[in-house]
Ligand binder design. Structure first.
Ligand code: NAP
Length: 685
């Protein structure tokens, strides 16, 4: 494996970043004694390696777009530096130092943090070092970086546990020197934390100095508003922001990727922001483009960033639906960083690649108006960096922090915290109410902000103050996989005397299953739940009593599958994989489209609903096996009177929710990987 990756270096893809031009900037890093001390032992000199020119911002076609990036970089550097274009590169073999580093790799994990001289970055370095990692603290300003390293060492870290290397993330030569350093020193990299960032706004330094006096007594919204009013966005700042926060992270990532691929547990953590969430975009089309991760490419992402800057210049931000309300460039750059994270995670499945928001932290970037300390903010980055090897990739982690930002909680919660999807009505709303009544802090989520806020307010109106709302679209939390005629509703009396089957039959008659409703049913009921689980897994794993309850249905029992082989396969939980579940769902949809459901033994009537719930049950069991520290179960709430059943059920939402809450509140050592039918453990078959 190691040699395989080493072999990548001379190839076009990575070589440009690892074979920088002759340095023109700072003198060699070993020049001063103090620096040599802080940097650790000097590598065996093997003579200067031949240097090559390389592209500044990834390899893309020459012409207008490349010029634009040069302009951005040169603007930012303010030094008229020429960013060289890629040249045919060819360096064969590895140096003695590299070979030594690779044959004798350091046993401690190696983490590298950008923007490590202050704020969240500095604290991240300190916490990683105190947890036994070797940390490369980087900063663009050498004096500030060296001082930061000294500070961490004074607080107890061993000299070799934290070393400094200069890095300006917008300077391609600086990035390449760093990659050389890490390769020569360690032969690999285990964790890259892209933390460096700027606000992208102009602020009056006098006001900044006075800010502490002015923020006393302000709540979070007032602080954000104050910051907006006292910040000015200029085109130059917007360009710098995109260059640093997006292109800087990308440049560093590309240079260090070969070294991350050499690690047995390589991770990339991109420090993003709640401002980068797509809901800050006003144009639906832009939101879709940034979110369409199956078709989005890095090239398209960069075209979108160009468009943003053009619109900024032409004063068309609002007209074209870009984020407004201040910090537009910051929001767009962080949204692009999130999308880039998702693209990368798809491209490099052996790495764990995630982004997070550290929260609203008291640092220079927030003019110290945040609500978290840098230690708290950094602990979020560290948590994501140290997720277990089987942890998620491509998650956006922000829950605890967001929760605190909502203002209800003055310190990170000591109470239990629950997230409920589809919490604005039906069983979900009742689950929120019952959990909150049980003293749990509940994050009620709903895809529609207005309906979600209303629901949360209604519960708060009942005296349940520990409810916060957060918008969440999972393709919504549950759909029946059917299309009903407008205005269909049940009249209680018509069901008198009808048993379950008769009621289900009545329901089926009211609706129609089409390929689109089936696809939507599978997408929401299976993939929606799976995505939410993957997104929240890091936080669940950091809880001492993490629990997942998948609200399933007795219609998802294996007995509804006519194909005996498939039934057995889906019940053989020791061998079943998520990939196989994907294949099963794809063949179900294919057969649906071809009108061959019955022929292939799929369930008939609410077919997609049943198959999606079968898959959800199987996924629950796979996840429970994978994460034994968590309790992961499915709960059938019963046949409940809600919109989903056109109110044809037997149980009230309160009763249905109670069956779900019972499973959520099972004791810590309780069952995992089980199916609960109306609160009682039952068979999956
Ligand atoms: N604070 C918050 O409330 C908050 C909220 C959400 C997300 N974040 C994100 O958290 C990260 C850390 O921010 P912070 O709050 O710790 O802010 P901070 O205290 O202002 O620190 C920013 C760091 O980034 C460095 N940096 C800026 N441009 C750089 C460049 N071209 N090359 C290398 N380093 C560069 C700065 O170095 P210099 O000292 O040389 O300027 C500094 O070390 C950022 O990505 C930010 O967007 C912060």
């Amino acid at each position: 494996m190691a040699q395989e990756i080493m072999d990548l270096w001379p190839c076009k893809k990575f070589r440009p970043y690892l074979c920088p031009p002759q340095p023109t900037g700072p003198p060699p890093v070993w020049a001063s004694t103090q620096r040599a001390r802080l940097l650790g032992p000097k590598p065996n000199a093997t003579g200067p390696r031949p240097r090559q020119t390389r592209p500044a911002l990834g390899q893309r076609k020459e012409g207008e777009r490349a010029e634009r990036k040069d302009e951005l970089m040169n603007h930012l550097l303010g030094r008229g530096v020429h960013i060289p274009r890629p040249a045919a590169a060819n360096r064969g073999g590895t140096t003695t130092m590299e070979a030594a580093a690779i044959s004798n790799p350091p046993s401690k994990r190696i983490a590298l943090v950008t923007g490590g001289n202050k704020g969240v970055g500095l604290e991240t370095c300190r916490q990683l070092a105190s947890r036994g990692l070797r940390v490369v603290l980087t900063a663009r300003n050498e004096a500030r970086g060296l001082e930061a390293v000294d500070g961490i060492r004074r607080s107890g870290a061993a000299d070799s546990d934290v070393v400094f290397h200069q890095l300006d993330v917008t300077d391609a030569a600086s990035v390449a020197r760093l990659a050389d350093f890490v390769r020569d020193q360690f032969g690999r990299l285990d964790i890259l934390i892209n933390n460096a960032g700027i606000s992208g706004v102009d602020r009056d330094p006098v006001l900044v100095a006075k800010v502490k006096d002015q923020i006393e007594g302000m709540d979070v919204d007032q602080r954000v508003e104050w910051m907006r009013e006292n910040s000015k966005e200029t085109y130059d700042e917007a360009k710098s922001c995109i260059t640093t926060n997006y292109y800087g992270a990308k440049l560093v990532t590309e240079a260090l990727l070969p070294l991350l691929l050499l690690s047995s547990s390589g991770r990339i953590v991109n420090v993003s922001s709640g401002f980068g969430l797509l809901r800050n975009f006003n144009s639906e089309d832009l939101r879709k483009q940034f979110d369409d991760i199956d078709s989005l490419t890095e090239k398209r992402l960069e075209e979108l960033l160009d468009l943003f800057l053009d619109d900024f210049k032409a004063n068309l931000i609002e007209a074209h639906g870009w984020p407004t309300g201040g910090s537009s460039a910051y929001k767009v750059a962080k949204a692009a960083l999130n999308a880039y994270t998702r693209i990368l995670a798809k491209k490099y499945p052996t790495l764990r690649i995630n982004c997070l928001t550290p929260g609203y932290v008291k640092t220079d970037i927030s003019m110290h108006m945040g609500v978290l300390t840098p230690e708290e903010g950094a602990s979020n980055s560290v948590k994501v960096a140290l997720l277990p090897d089987d942890g998620p990739t491509v998650a956006f982690v922000h829950l605890l922090v967001r929760h605190k930002m909502e203002g209800d909680i003055s310190s990170l919660p000591t109470k239990r915290v629950a997230v409920v999807t589809g919490g604005n009505r039906g069983i979900g709303l009742e689950v929120c109410r019952q959990l909150a009544a049980d003293g749990i802090t509940v994050v009620l989520t709903a895809r529609d902000e207005t309906r979600g806020v209303e629901a949360a307010e209604k519960l708060r109106g009942m005296g349940l103050s520990s409810i916060v709302f957060h918008q969440l679209e999972v393709n919504n939390a549950a759909v029946g996989g059917m299309e009903y005629a407008q205005g269909v509703d049940a009249n209680e009396e018509q069901f008198v005397g009808m048993d379950v089957l008769q009621r289900l039959q009545w329901m089926r008659k009211q609706g129609r299953e089409t390929y689109d409703t089936a696809k939507n049913g599978v997408q929401t009921n299976y993939y929606g739940a799976k995505h939410v689980i993957q997104g929240l897994l890091p936080l669940l794993l950091s809880s001492s009593e993490g629990k997942i309850v998948n609200v399933s249905s007795s219609l998802g029992l294996l007995r509804f599958l006519g194909n005996e082989d498939l039934r057995k396969e889906l019940d053989d939980i020791d061998n079943l994989t998520e990939e196989r579940l994907d294949e099963v769902l794809a063949s179900f949809l294919k057969d649906f489209e071809a009108g061959e459901l019955e022929a292939h033994g799929w369930p008939m009537g609410s077919a997609a609903y049943k198959v999606a719930k079968v898959a959800m049950n199987a996924y629950t069991r796979i996840s429970a096996r994978k994460h034994p520290a968590l309790r992961i179960n499915c709960a059938h709430p019963g046949y409940v009177k809600t919109d989903l059943t056109i109110n044809s059920g037997f149980l009230t939402p309160e009763e249905g929710a109670r069956n779900v809450v019972t499973v959520a509140l099972l004791p810590d050592g309780g069952p995992t990987g089980a199916f609960f039918d109306e609160g009682k453990e039952a068979s999956f078959v």
